[in-house]
Design a protein around this ligand. Sequence first.
Ligand code: NAD
Ligand code: WQD
Length: 357
Amino acid sequence: MRTLVTGGTGYVGSHTCIDLLARGHEVVIFDNLSNSSSDVVSRIEAVSGRVVSFHQGDVRDQKHLEHVMAEFRVDAVLHFAALKAVGESWTCPLAYYDNNVGGTLSLLHAMTATSAGALVFSSSATVYGEPETLPIREDAPTRATNPYARTKLMSEEIITDYGHAERGFNAAILRYFNPVGAHPSGLLGENPRGVPNNLLPFVAQVAAGEREFVRVFGGDYPTPDGTGVRDYLHVVDLARAHVDALDYLASNRRNTTVNLGTGRGHSVLEVIAAFEKACGHEIERRIVERRPGDVSSCFADTKLAEDVLGWRAQLDLDQMCADAWRWQCRVSNNKSGNSQLADSPFIASPSTLGTRS
Ligand code: NAD
Ligand code: WQD
């Protein structure tokens, strides 16, 4: 398949490109680099030993999208491009609606114009809000509680309506729980700008000596150790699910919405303990006030993903932390000027690399 990957130089998108290339897809990345760097393209090529086509552009620029999609005769789209910080979505709601909902609409128009019939959409467990029952099933009520979550829910609804109306168009909506970790090569991972919002990158920066201590948001939740529980999922497992979803759409031509998680919850203190094992030293932490808007526990019912996609997470929390630590060490080394990229067993030999189109 010729697959367009919007947001393909971002965290989840870049890992998914590796899987797509490994499974024989032709990949075209479309990204405005608002939260990523074009270096990622050469890293994807280095890890995969394949050439990818990169186009810098904004998904809201429908004509540009159409042009790229028509030129490459794109059959399927993986739509990652979005803004994703919950806190920022409260301060800049219009930017979130414009980018995330406007971007999805523009993409659907471009898909119609170019007759691309398969879409895999990045949604989030945030659409469930505070869950009534655990684990969370896909038919649980949705109740988005912040502008970011509402952009995901609105996009889901638009895609679902379009999927019902348009023969020849099918979508897989994937609700991720908490993606963490990095590619085992140490070449791809999450590199947040500024202070990380999410737990894992923050813990990694404390472990690397870049920050003093982890603020544990709340020690009085109704959980076994009093700290928040989440379903952390290795980004490599998550990436694989997208290619499985494309296979599903190609053979079933039906719309589907599935959770992607491990089905297991881990507390903040368990995450810190696993990271201590990975980095080999203690990580300082202090329990502080709860973070407004946080839920106590959230983890997925994964049965539908297994039944529909034949997908199941394979990597555990220790592996997530080990890979996140390898990546953090490389990022920290680069910051201190010791950049060494080409010493990984996962990097394909340069002779296998072609010229980028
Ligand atoms: P990311 O910020 O690393 O990647 C998003 C990419 O999209 C970036 O490279 C950015 O430059 C690009 N982009 C943003 N707006 C764009 C636009 N208008 N046009 C073109 N490119 C644009 O984020 P990620 O963590 O890889 O997340 C990917 C998707 O998964 C997002 O839709 C996000 O909402 C969703 N998601 C992420 C998480 C998570 O915790 N990482 C959880 C659930 C859902
Ligand atoms: C995890 C746990 C915190 C930071 C967010 C978005 C969600 C999705 C994934 C995009 C919670 C605690 C965190 C810290 C802490 N993104 N924590 N100290 O909140 O489950 O989900 O990212 O779709 O929409 O809301 O993830 O990593 O921020 O928090 O104690 O410095 O870690 O309270 O219990 P969250 P997170």
